[in-house]
Write a protein that binds this ligand. Structure first.
Ligand code: TPP
Ligand code: MG
Length: 806
């Protein structure tokens, strides 16, 4: 009997079969069980020691997987190379068992060790148990994901890991269904990959969970949901979290029935090692083959040390509950099961337990040593510099004190060292020693910038959107003139013909080809697997895009109107924007979010909340093309790179006439390069998007009054004017106004700051710089509502006349 089949059997069957089977297979089985027990003990010990490290001050915060070891070992058995995992901070045991993290790495992350060879998952950037496997190379190109166990970078917002499960699962379906993708053998094996998604019982209260379950079930995606039900979300018990107090009961309507969409629902007990292994083997295989999702409600989970190091569970659990948790601890039950089934004895298991203790202690100590060694080396260098400084009169004792503190610091951090060095330098007389120390201090800051501030974006030239060469749009002598939407439509047609990895989806995007017809006719041509409709669910449309992008595809995920981006902003901000940074470049999601906005009419159809967007999406590029040709150039640029971006088309631009470039699929718009769309000498107007047309009207009016405006279209807000072209304009005009349709203090203030502070624009001003923005309230409906809510031509003319008169 093969080992795999053991999980199908009850213990009675197992005993009977093992009697008849070869001793070798029994021995194999025994070894596997004992190896699992060893992992369970290692993981438990890591939790116990981890908590101590925090309580004794060596680490800041700890959150651990004690009580959840056994179900995670069962789950890990069926997680194959090629599969994807998206889970949360409780899953250290699973990650250890899959071989994707070591105990030493676990402690390195707990200490926030910034060395990626110590904490490869996040280089100390993430709290403990936020794991990430290497999924891309330095250029953001997906690696051979089918031969890897893929761990999507962990995140702390509860249920934040859910939306991307939709895309991680959907990719399997897409790879299975699209013949042109069969050749990408490093990304998928016929769509056989399962996405394992874990979540705590209380976090299922989040809308993210419900929307994800629905999206996965509607599309029938190979996702295995695991709910670790320990009855609490920090201190708040299940009865306040979940209707009926049971997530599987309340999800009963999702149960798959013949001929209808749905998922399989299983209830399992966290302490029942054999039962879980038995069910999971066939259940995961079924998901793999059929793409029917499943929910595994793991009940009777305990939490021996409480929620985290921030509190103690004695404050909110009754003595009875605490007693129950001790009795039903999954490790204890697993041990009883092993002994009860004569797979081992007390002695052997105690041996495993003490060996695990010893191993974890040693690994923890090694991790601490590796973390501290460079800091200690740094201190010895820094002490040398400080000792050579000559303090200014009256400040000798201050420097002495800094020296003493640094020498006596038993658990020093880089921060302590930098503070002591900087303060000592500033207290010292100007001499060559001080200069040396200043140079050294600067070097340390540069190193720290690599350690703590790098990798927000892809940093190598290949893969970076900023390195894509600019190719001008070419026009024939008699260019064809078309509506903006027709230009986009023709572009998407070329794109889908030439790049099989691109898929596009959103509300009304498939059958009718989006509300503005950018995709009109293309679903019929390229198929429902590549261009398709989604439910109204912006959050998981984003998650769908994230997961697909992480699996090596090039999704264009549409948000129907910019005003509804808010529904999808959380995963963009928390997940996409931080992904490359928080995994120290191990992962990226080159998702293109397409939307349309700025100016139509009404509170929810003319939004332009670019201040909110640029401030929440650092880590993405934010493109604000003034017309559809510019939008196409930006799509071309982005698709040559491996980075995420948001492209906001002008909602009122689809029916405006534009000239069709000859090289529609080749020309690019360089990101961060403003374009001067009107030359002038008296004032620089900096803006973007739809309002440029109103500005043009104002500029024509002003020209009649003898005022010459230079109009700059910034084209992208992130990045912003990389070569300081606006400054060059300002040097000429000495007057500047920033105009947009956002609220006061929004993106106009952002642009103001960029030009005044970063570019040093204040040096070239003859009059006070100004901003002209929308009102603080949402724009009222109708033409008059628009006129009195958004900047209008007359207001712009008035402000500029005032500036000219100053
Ligand atoms: C969006 C969000 N809200 C609140 C928190 C704070 N928080 C962290 S864990 C947690 C409880 C989660 O409980 P559960 O999902 O049952 O997981 P468990 O920790 O019990 O395994 C809360 C409220 C958070 N991280 N994110
Ligand atoms: Mg819980």
């Amino acid at each position: 009997m093969g080992i795999k089949n053991h999980y199908f059997c009850s213990m009675d069957q197992l005993e009977q079969e093992t009697l008849q089977s070869t001793p070798l297979s029994f021995e194999h089985f025994r070894e596997e069980v004992l190896n699992d027990y060893r992992f369970a003990c290692l993981s438990r010990e890591a939790s116990l020691l981890g908590r101590k490290e925090v309580l004794t001050g060596k680490a800041k915060f700890g959150i651990f997987g004690d009580g959840k070891e056994v179900p995670q070992l069962a789950m890990a058995k069926f997680f194959r190379p090629g599969d994807h995992y998206t889970g949360y901070y409780r899953d250290q045991t699973f990650i250890f068992a899959t071989g994707e993290a070591t105990v030493r790495q676990f402690f390195a992350q707990l200490y926030a060790d910034p060395d990626p060879s110590h904490d490869p998952h996040s280089a100390g950037r993430q709290m403990n148990s936020h794991f990430a496997s290497q999924m891309v190379d330095h250029s953001g190109q997906a690696l051979d994901l089918v031969n890897r166990k893929n761990i999507a970078a962990g995140m702390a917002p509860t249920a934040g890991q859910m939306p991307r499960a939709v895309g991680l699962g959907l990719a399997s379906k897409i790879f299975r269904n699209i013949p042109e993708l069969k050749s990408f053998e490093h990304l998928s094996r016929n769509g056989d990959e399962v996405c394992f998604a874990t979540i705590g019982d209380a976090s299922t209260s989040e809308g993210h969970f419900w929307e994800t379950v629905n999206a996965v079930c509607v599309q029938q995606l190979p996702v295995a949901f695991f709910v670790w039900d320990d009855g609490y979300g920090i201190s708040v018990p299940k009865k306040y979290q979940t209707t009926k107090g049971s997530i599987s009961d309340v999800l009963g309507g999702f149960q798959k029935t013949d001929g209808r969409t749905g998922m399989d629902i299983y209830k399992l007990k966290a302490w029942d090692y054999a039962g879980m292994c038995e069910i999971l083997e066939s259940a995961i295989e079924k998901i793999r083959q059929t793409h029917i999702p499943a929910l595994f409600h793991i009940e009777e989970v305990t939490q021996p040390q409480g929620h985290s190091t921030s509190g103690s569970h004695e404050r909110y659990k009754t003595p009875e509950r605490l007693q129950w948790e001790r009795e039903w601890d999954c490790l204890r039950k697993m041990k009883e099961w092993i002994i009860g089934n004569d797979l081992s004895n007390e002695d052997e298991l105690s041996g495993i337990e003490s060996a695990a203790k010893e191993e974890v202690r040693n690994e923890k100590n090694r991790a601490w040593e590796e973390f501290q060694a460079p800091i200690r080396a740094l201190i010895s260098d820094v002490l040398g510099y400080i000792e050579r400084l000559t303090p200014m009169e009256g400040l000798e004792s201050n420097v002495q004190q800094l020296l003493q503190e640094l020498r006596g610091n038993r658990e020093p951090s880089r921060r302590d060292v930098m503070k002591a060095l900087y303060q000592s330098i500033s207290y010292s007389r100007a001499d060559p020693m001080k200069q040396d120390a200043e140079v050294f201090y600067q070097e340390l800051r540069n190193i720290s910038a690599k350690d703590f501030n790098s990798n927000l974006h892809i940093e190598s030239n290949d893969g970076s959107a900023l390195a894509v060469p600019e190719v001008q749009a070419n026009y024939s002598s008699h260019p064809q003139v078309m509506n903006g939407y027709e230009i986009l439509n023709r572009y998407f047609d070329h794109l889908f013909a030439s790049n099989p990895k691109v898929v596009a989806f959103g509300e009304d995007l498939g059958y009718i080809g989006d509300v503005n017809q950018g995709f009109a006719g293309l679903q019929a041509k390229y198929g429902v697997n590549r261009i398709f409709d989604t439910g109204i669910r912006e959050l998981t449309i984003m998650g769908q895009g994230i997961g697909l992008a992480m699996r090596g595809l090039r999704p264009i995920a549409e948000i129907q109107y910019l005003d509804y981006l808010l529904y999808g902003l959380q995963p963009l901000s928390d997940d996409v924007a931080t992904l490359h940074y928080r995994s120290m470049g191990r992962q990226s999601a080159p998702l293109i979010v397409r939307t349309r906005g700025h100016r139509l009419e009404g509170i929810w159809h003319s939004g332009s909340p670019l201040g909110m967007i640029v401030n929440s999406l650092r880590g993405l590029y934010v493109c604000v093309p003034r017309n559809m040709v510019q939008a196409v150039g930006m799509y071309n640029t982005l698709l040559q790179a491996n980075e995420p971006a948001l492209v906001i088309e002008c909602l009122n631009g689809y029916r405006l006439k534009e000239q069709l470039p000859e090289n529609l699929s080749e020309f690019t718009v360089a990101l961060g390069q403003p374009e001067i769309i009107r030359e002038g000498n008296d004032i620089t107007i900096v803006s973007y998007g739809s309002i440029l047309r109103i500005i043009e009207e104002a500029a024509q009016h002003l020209e009649r009054l003898g005022i010459s405006c230079e109009v700059v279209d910034v084209q992208t807000l992130l990045p912003f004017d990389r070569d300081h072209r606006i400054l060059e304009s300002l040097k000429k005009t000495n007057r500047i106004v920033f105009i947009d349709e956002d609220v006061p203090g929004g993106a106009a203030a952002y642009m103001f700051n960029e030009v005044m502070e970063k570019q040093g624009g204040y040096r070239y001003l003859d009059v006070a710089p100004r901003t002209v923005t929308g009102k603080a309230h949402r724009p009222a409906y109708g033409s008059d509502g628009d006129y009195f809510s958004k900047p209008n031509t007359e207001e712009i003319v008035q402000v500029i006349r005032e500036m000219m008169a100053e």
